[in-house]
Design a protein around this ligand. Structure first.
Ligand code: GDP
Ligand code: MG
Length: 401
């Protein structure tokens, strides 16, 4: 049975006149029922044997058909949307994903979680299992489970690693936290990291891993000492990563004193676990190219980046850092009782570009605004295309949240 809420989320992918009463039936619809597929393209797809959304979803990534008159990029996007729909239907909208946060005790896990907890839920301290203290919260519906490695109690370790299936199965992402200010424990931490990779391998799990170099506080980050410690951690961890070469590992530095570093780290985490974010990025790319712009980002007032596309590294920095400016401005405006603007425009005439912000939606109980944040030399083109892209983005976002 499909709930009304599930149906509402799915309906947004389809043109207005399409009537949907059961979730399951949508995969049998013609491709042209989807927003963004016009009648002519829809007919061409059918001529090429792609008669339903299910047919679209079945196309393997590696053998995308060439169809005259349709850009390969568009076909690719439709295939991806069809795949997301298929998954949503099959898994009743929300896939069950699990994020694990692990690291030595005192590395900063509880502090990291407490930064996102007020927005999403409260940290639940789970009852200790065999002396193992665990915490859990949910982030966009994805459970995050956190627990300490190491610590004084000897049998704890045996328990994790002897019964690994209890802790490590179905992990979609591992966030491994290292205290960058505690070099005395780097070695110990790297040993646990090896054990984690060992059990993942044994269980046949291939979760991506984010190694968080935590406590990279602003002042400390500027020192040579910090650089030295980062080098030391990487020298210890990289060989381990290379040994298990099928794991995708990234490093990220964070500090609780700059909340945006935590938000950006979780942005990367979301990107890694969510199928929709790649499509969001495709749509942003399509949008940026259509308006002849430089960069576009879907970014929340508190620094969570749902997706972005940019032509260069500088554009990326500009688009993400000016969004923080928006946050400061917005907080100030709130504090003196001004209404939050839905559309904003910042002109940089000497540098010949404009930044446009358009509020698309709000998330969490705190109603944190999310903006489409666009950097362009031709701002007038933005308005002409905005509605179309909003229509394409919103269904994905609602599925995502
Ligand atoms: N300097 C600094 N200290 C931090 C940071 N994050 C956490 N801490 C401190 O590190 C200690 C351990 O943090 P906690 O979150 O309890 O670690 P956990 O054992 O991994 O959950 C606490 O005293 C925190 O205040 C950070 O970014 N910078
Ligand atoms: Mg803790």
């Amino acid at each position: 049975m499909s709930t009304e809420e599930d149906l509402a989320k799915i309906r947004e992918f389809f043109k207005r006149n399409v009537i949907i009463s059961e979730l399951e039936e949508v995969l049998r619809f013609k491709p042209e029922t989807l927003i963004g597929i016009d009648q002519i393209s829809g007919d061409k797809l059918i001529e090429n044997g792609i008669e339903t959304i299910q047919d679209l979803a079945n196309i393997p990534e590696s053998s995308q058909p060439e169809i005259k008159g349709i850009l390969p990029k568009m076909i690719n996007k439709w295939i991806q949307i069809a795949k997301v729909l298929e998954k949503a239907v099959n898994e009743q909208i929300k896939a069950h994903k699990k994020l694990l946060m692990i690291g030595l005790d005192n590395s900063g896990k509880t502090s990291i979680l407490s930064i996102i907890q007020d927005k999403y839920s409260i940290i639940k301290s789970l009852l200790p299992t065999k002396g193992v203290k665990r915490e859990r919260l949910s982030f966009f519906g994805y459970p995050i489970i956190s627990w300490d490695l190491g610590g004084q109690v000897q049998y704890r370790e045996k328990y994790y690693f002897n019964k690994p299936e209890i802790f490590f199965t179905e992990a979609d992402l591992i966030i491994y936290v290292v205290d960058i200010q505690d070099p005395d424990r780097f070695e110990e931490s790297s040993q646990y990291f090896t054990q984690v990779l060992d059990v993942l391998k044994e269980l046949g799990e291939v979760a991506p891993i984010l190694i968080v170099l935590h406590k990279s506080d602003q002042d400390y980050r500027k020192t040579l000492e910090w650089q030295k410690q980062v080098r030391a951690v990487k020298d210890l961890f990289n060989p381990i990563v290379e040994e298990y070469n099928n794991f995708d590992v990234d490093y990220y530095d964070t500090t609780i004193f700059q909340k945006e570093t935590i938000m950006q780290m979780f942005s990367i985490a979301l990107k890694k676990v969510s199928e929709t974010s790649e499509i969001i990025e495709n749509i942003l790319e399509d949008f940026t190219r259509t308006i002849n712009g430089k960069a576009a980002s879907l970014i929340s007032l508190d620094g969570l980046i749902f997706g972005s596309y940019q032509q260069s590294k500088t554009d990326e920095m500009l688009v993400n850092n000016t969004a923080l400016l928006l946050q400061t401005m917005s907080n100030f405006h709130n504090s003196i009782g001004l209404i939050r603007e839905k559309s904003l425009r910042l002109d940089f005439p000497l540098n010949n570009f404009t930044i446009r912000g358009e509020k698309l939606f709000e998330y969490s109980d705190l109603q944190i605004a999310v903006y489409l944040w666009v950097l362009s030399e031709n701002p007038e083109l933005i308005d002409e295309n905005l509605e179309y892209f909003k229509q394409q983005l919103l269904p994905l976002i609602h599925l995502f949240l």
